[in-house]
Ligand binder design. Structure first.
Ligand SMILES: *[C@@H]1O[C@H](CO)[C@@H](O)[C@H](O)[C@H]1NC(C)=O
Ligand SMILES: *[C@@H]1O[C@H](CO)[C@@H](O)[C@H](O)[C@H]1NC(C)=O
Ligand SMILES: *[C@@H]1O[C@H](CO)[C@@H](O)[C@H](O)[C@H]1NC(C)=O
Ligand SMILES: *[C@@H]1O[C@H](CO)[C@@H](O)[C@H](O)[C@H]1NC(C)=O
Ligand SMILES: *[C@@H]1O[C@H](CO)[C@@H](O)[C@H](O)[C@H]1NC(C)=O
Ligand SMILES: *[C@@H]1O[C@H](CO)[C@@H](O)[C@H](O)[C@H]1NC(C)=O
Ligand SMILES: *[C@@H]1O[C@H](CO)[C@@H](O)[C@H](O)[C@H]1NC(C)=O
Length: 644
């Protein structure tokens, strides 16, 4: 072995390494100047010293499984977008105080890095309040505590302490991903449409601004977003935050932007939420926004030189219990958040997508990137379902709390889903009026196993009951989602909010069974509970008693042949779907407009799959009509609706 040759070789190798190290270093830090700012004279953003305009689309990482992030982002990039905008949903990451989740579908950092990999910049809206028609506007349910009566979105010290703890975790994770540090995050929004909220606490917005600055430094652009009305802007904007506005289709965008100009006389025009569609509510017709009108309006906005974010570019789904609700009147949102966006809930391209792409191509170079117009879907036929346990059979599985007066669900530490309240009748009653003036949101009333009626928010306050002394009055109450917007978000408790009465007397002595097993962030706990719901056989034959129904269906043994599908609920009444123990979402086909639920392939597996329904009102089975759950290859979110 020639050692001199070998050592020369190593010297050569070292030189090579040094050279590439220096090159990389130079490219990143010297030659390339990562700056992003505002040129107030030329009314534009400046990126790396050059005028820059963003054409962005909203996609919420928390509404699409991680598996599909790349797919959706590539389709956005191919449409000609140069940025993606997302909220950060606090409650998705901190299910219980101090318990933080950032992996799997909660891998926010992974999402931001994926966007960069695809070639998109990121406009981030970390809240802490986001609305987004997402459960409780992104706030964790544990902020609702009747003892503390926190004033959300204000300088209430208890509230601020929780916000600070969260931001002290979140913001340092974002810092390396700022544009100036070589990452994709261009700018960040502070709070959300704060001008629409009654508190109008400027000290609060200033506190948040300082928090962002403390962690992210002096350079990054912070902005606010408010509706295009001076009254909104007044409480939402603040010196130090660049004021932007939001509005939908318009044939005169200059007029809509005038409101932004009142607050930002100079600088780039920005519409932070240009509505491609609209959200849905159970019982209200499916919303759509005309594709041609949208594209025409986009053209006018781009012609003005304005920056725009299309809300939503891909809507996604409110899986599990993540949907929010509007109020007043109380109108919960369905599982689908398709939004009539250019990419469907399942990530397929629509006519709107192509029209948008065409408009963008008039102003910006389209990348040469081909994407698939639609992903394959599975039509898997029907699975026969058997009746499993009813809620009454499952009571031993729940933790019981006893109290003279009923608790709010949040005071039981239950932030999603269901709680069974029960009271032992002290005397026999015949057709007695049980009055529940504030049962939230929907209460199924049974005496022992016999159905008496349903309390419905804003609709039914009285249920007649008949029963004997010592029989149980059972009320299964469903939280249909915390309201996301408006002045009452901090009072939106669930459960029994005012004592129930019979003959004007308050009922006392309650047992409460919160379904912790179904709100758990721990899939293993949910799985073991649902397995019991399948194996414990019911002592009740009634199809009207809230019960679990389960069945199995076979898929290809080849993982590559497993596709997204839609579960058709048209024969069922109202409840919750679980597939392979994943909480897919709520169904309520009788109310509409959503009839089928999107089932991404990420919850499916090769071979045998399990489907479980928690049917609250009535199962469609009889001896000659077996219960079925059907899996189809087409969505159905625009069914007929029945109002109350
Ligand atoms: C980098 O950008 C800053 C701010 O725009 C500018 O002052 C500086 O001269 C630039 N440096 C280089 C090397 O381009
Ligand atoms: C609500 O706040 C009170 C007072 O701080 C506390 O004792 C209680 O544990 C809280 N409730 C829940 C469910 O966290
Ligand atoms: C309760 O009242 C309704 C209407 O008055 C009546 O039709 C029904 O028979 C009554 N039920 C009982 C158990 O008395
Ligand atoms: C409830 O009971 C009252 C009398 O006790 C009766 O007048 C009323 O019709 C009943 N309502 C229903 C829906 O049965
Ligand atoms: C029920 O009444 C009691 C006694 O007035 C009161 O302390 C309690 O807060 C009430 N509970 C509800 C849920 O309204
Ligand atoms: C009965 O409950 C109501 C509503 O929760 C409460 O306002 C009232 O004080 C209670 N009445 C009595 C006598 O406890
Ligand atoms: C529902 O949507 C489908 C697919 O876009 C469409 O073909 C159908 O006409 C729509 N139905 C209604 C009632 O709008």
């Amino acid at each position: 072995m020639d050692f001199s040759k070998l050592s020369r070789f190593f010297v050569f190798l070292f030189g090579l390494c040094l050279q590439s190290f220096l090159q990389a270093h130079f490219i990143n830090n010297k030659f390339k100047n990562y700056t992003f700012g505002i040129d107030y004279e030329r009314n534009t953003f400046l990126k790396d010293g050059k005028p820059f305009r963003y054409v962005s689309g909203s996609m919420h990482y928390f509404r699409t499984p991680k598996y599909y992030w790349m797919d959706r982002l590539e389709k956005m990039y191919a449409a000609g977008l140069n940025a993606v905008q997302t909220y950060v949903a606090w409650n998705y990451h901190e299910p219980l105080p101090g318990m933080f989740r950032f992996s799997g579908d909660q891998d926010l950092i992974g999402f931001i890095k994926t966007a960069q990999e695809v070639g998109l910049l990121v406009i981030l809206r970390p809240g802490p309040y986001i609305d987004a028609e997402w459960e409780f506007g992104g706030f964790p349910g544990w902020l609702l505590n009747s003892t503390k009566k926190m004033r959300l979105r204000s300088m209430d010290p208890e509230y601020i302490q929780h916000v600070d703890k969260w931001f002290d975790i979140l913001l340092p994770m974002l810092k390396p991903l700022l544009y100036e540090n070589g990452g994709p995050i261009l700018m960040l929004q502070v709070e959300n449409e704060y001008g629409s909220y009654f508190e109008c606490d400027h000290a609060y917005i200033r506190h948040l601004e300082h928090k962002f600055r403390d962690h992210l430094g002096p350079n990054v652009i912070l902005f606010s977003t408010d509706g295009d009305g001076d009254s909104y802007m007044k409480c939402g904007s603040l010196q130090g935050l660049y004021a932007t506005c939001d509005f939908g289709i318009t044939m005169n965008p200059a007029k809509n932007f005038k409101v932004q100009r009142d607050f930002e006389p100079k600088g780039p025009l920005v519409n932070s939420e240009f509505y491609t569609g609209w959200l849905d509510n159970w019982g209200l017709k499916h919303h759509t926004v005309n594709a041609v009108q949208f594209a025409t309006s986009l053209d006018l906005i781009l012609k003005l030189g304005a920056n725009v974010n299309m809300y939503m570019f891909e809507g996604g789904s409110n899986f599990g219990f993540w949907n929010g609700a509007n109020y007043p009147p109380f109108h919960p949102n369905p599982t689908s958040y398709d939004y009539d966006a250019p990419l469907t809930e399942a990530g397929d391209l629509t006519e709107k997508y192509y029209l948008i792409q065409k408009v963008i191509s008039k102003y910006h170079h389209l990348p040469k990137k081909s994407v698939s117009a639609s992903l394959p879907k599975g039509s898997y036929g029907g699975a026969f379902l058997k009746k499993g346990a009813s809620i009454l059979d499952l009571l031993p599985e729940f933790q019981r709390t006893i109290s003279k007066y009923p608790f709010f669900m949040e005071d039981l530490g239950l932030y999603f889903g269901f709680t069974l309240y029960r009271h032992k009748l002290k005397a026999s009653v015949v057709n007695a009026s049980l009055v529940g003036r504030d049962v939230r949101d929907r209460g199924y009333v049974f005496v022992d196993g016999e159905k008496m009626g349903v309390f419905k928010m804003q609709e039914t306050y009285v249920v007649n009951i008949t029963g004997k002394a010592r029989q149980y009055l059972n009320i299964l109450i469903e939280n249909q989602g915390h309201i996301t917007f408006g002045n009452t978000i901090n009072k939106n408790f669930k459960g029994i909010l005012l004592n129930l009465t019979i003959d004007k007397k308050n009922l006392t002595d309650w047992e409460m069974y919160p379904f912790y097993n179904l709100q758990s962030p721990d899939l293993a706990l949910q799985t073991s509970f649902l397995k019991k719901a399948m194996t414990i056989s019911s002592q009740f034959s009634s199809l009207k008693l809230p019960s679990f129904y389960y069945g199995f269906f076979n898929l290809s043994p080849d993982e590559d042949k497993i596709y997204d599908t839609f579960i058709d609920m048209k024969d069922w009444t109202k409840g919750q779907v679980f597939i392979n123990y994943h909480n897919v979402g709520r169904y309520w086909p009788k109310k509409g407009p959503q009839v089928r639920l999107y089932v991404p392939r990420t919850v499916l597996k090769p071979g045998l799959n399990t489907v479980i329904l928690f049917e609250l009102e009535e199962a469609p089975c009889c001896s000659s009509c077996p219960c079925l759950a059907r899996f189809m290859d087409q969505p159905l979110i625009n069914g007929t609706v029945t109002k109350k």
